[in-house]
Design a protein around this ligand. Structure first.
Ligand code: SAM
Ligand code: SF4
Length: 486
């Protein structure tokens, strides 16, 4: 499939040679030989970044790299960065600094950075950090092997952060993990320019993949790679398809028809682009998750205006009413920014009031963090940092009380879920999965040895708190998509 900037130019391609006697794999690209090597990757930020990292790892496999968790055995170190808030930004800078010592120990270690920070500051960072070999932006990740080739060919200290100028956004999803869940990027960029947000500057203009391509891509993932659950990804995913006269609502109804696809999720949405057609799909679709994450950011009309969010709290709450009418079992969650520029006590209280009205299942909440280039960063902010922090804590405590009550209503009910992993809680082995409505439930295995990974199970919730749900196994349905068992 053709890709945007992801299109590989006329340069050399990877060729794989397997030694018939030893079974050892060698890859050649141009004049260079790539023996088996290890890549250590660190990802910061949102699901989109994790998805990009997966894509990078999958390309690197073609160049004979396998992933390692052990930095000491790495030949290549890659950071996939996030610029949305200060916290992950700061963590990245301190870890990049520490790489100096790793490179001293291992002279031929290659260090690269990708993602949102690399998009905007890559050039300066490559100059500033002696031990940084290359930087690449968010729109060129599909050319990672060309960049790594260039470093091994002796040309380091470069930055590639050009934008994809092609009309079409066209890619093929790559899955590297052995899992029935896949993230599928359907739209990139964002045209919204909320005043606090760096994303339009790091991810560029909105561009959607054509619906026919996405449907074919997902059909193949289901048929050939055993995918049963997809999460459609985009910074503003429900703006999908506008430039092609297509929509997310139509896409979901098309995906609904794919046999063997069990569950469809999508994230992240902007309330302005939640159409009546999309709301109706939440009632109609057999496969769409009964969960929607719909970031509100604030419960105050005046703060939302300063954020340039293009909706009022009343409009937002009316969307929740419509969604609940279309799909009575829907579970809703949101994002909140505490202490936005010059937020008054009254405006803050309006956010607490919105939490009461909305009855969210969970929230992600952050202290407002000024980002260079954004319009909010240029506004004079008189609100002290300690007040911002206090407001965040108040929002979180308020929500936990709401959440605790909502979770009590789950007790006694049975949920179907895909089991993802296990861990130990208080010395007891427990498996955990994510329900259709995106709640994590832990359960004890029938015996220690049974492996439930990627099994569909029914669990009955026996106890719940605001932050955790415990259940007991009702039935183990095995690995096949339950809709195919009927
Ligand atoms: N596109 C989604 C939307 O319209 O809400 C959100 C994507 S954004 C990358 C993820 C979340 O990060 C936002 O919902 C917001 O709560 C938070 N965020 C973005 N910029 C922020 C900032 N400057 N300070 C604090 N939180 C921020
Ligand atoms: Fe950022 Fe989301 Fe606003 Fe786009 S819609 S600018 S990603 S917060």
């Amino acid at each position: 499939m053709a890709t945007g900037l992801g299109t590989r130019g006329d340069g050399p391609r990877e060729k794989t040679i397997i030694d018939p006697i030893t079974g050892e794999k060698t890859v050649t690209m141009g004049d260079l030989v790539f023996p088996e090597r290890k890549v250590w990757m660190k990802t910061f930020g949102c699901q989109m970044n994790y998805h990009d990292s997966d894509r990078i790892a999958s390309h690197l496999q073609d160049l004979n790299f396998t992933k390692t968790e052990n930095l000491d055995e790495a030949d290549l170190v890659l950071f996939n960065t996030c610029a949305v808030r200060d916290l992950s930004n700061n963590k990245f800078y301190s870890q990049l600094g520490e790489m100096k010592h790793a490179k001293k120990k291992k002279k031929d270690l290659v260090v690269g950075i990708g993602g949102c920070v690399a998009q905007t500051e890559g050039k300066e960072l490559v100059k500033k950090y002696q031990h940084l070999d290359f930087a690449f932006g968010t729109d060129v990740i599909d050319t990672i092997n060309d960049m790594v080739f260039r470093v091994y060919a002796g040309d380091n200290k470069f930055t590639i952060n050009s934008w994809d100028r092609s009309e079409n956004f066209s890619i093929e999803t790559k899955v590297s993990a052995d899992s029935p869940q896949a993230f599928v990027n359907i739209i990139k960029g964002c045209n919204k320019y909320c005043t606090y947000c760096i994303v339009p500057y790091t991810r560029g203009k909105e561009r959607s993949r054509k619906m026919a391509e996405v449907v074919e891509d997902i059909s193949k993932l289901v048929k050939y790679q055993g995918i049963q659950e997809v999460t459609l990804l985009g910074q503003n995913v429900n703006s999908y398809g506008k430039e092609n006269g297509e929509s997310l609502a139509e896409l979901i109804m098309e995906l609904d028809k794919i046999e063997g696809l069990e569950l469809i999720r999508y994230t992240t949405s902007h309330p302005y682009d939640v159409s009546d057609e999309l709301i109706a799909v939440h009632g109609k679709s057999k496969k769409l998750s009964k969960h929607l994450h719909l970031p509100v950011q604030s419960g105050s009309k005046t703060v939302l205006e300063r954020m340039y969010r293009e909706y009022t709290p009343e409009h937002y709450l009316s969307l929740l009413d419509k969604l609940r009418a279309a799909q009575p079992e829907i579970v809703l969650s949101t994002d909140i920014i505490a202490g936005f520029v010059n937020e008054t006590e009254e405006e803050h209280k309006e956010t607490l009031a919105l939490l009461d009205k909305a009855q969210f299942d969970f929230i992600y909440s952050y202290v407002y963090s000024p980002r260079a280039k954004t319009r909010a960063a240029k506004m004079e902010d008189l609100l002290p940092d300690d007040v911002k922090g206090e407001r965040l804590r108040e929002i979180q405590a308020h929500q936990l009380k709401i959440q605790d009550k909502i979770r009590q209503t789950m007790i006694g009910k049975t949920f179907r879920m895909l089991v993802e992993d296990f861990g130990t809680m208080g010395g007891v082995k427990k498996w955990k999965g994510r329900t259709n409505c995106n709640r994590i439930v832990h359960f004890k295995p029938e015996n220690e040895e049974t492996d439930y990974k990627w099994h569909w199970v029914d669990v009955k919730v026996t106890s719940a708190t605001a932050l955790s749900c415990q259940g007991e196994l009702v039935v183990d349905l095995g690995k096949k998509a339950p809709s195919l068992l009927n």
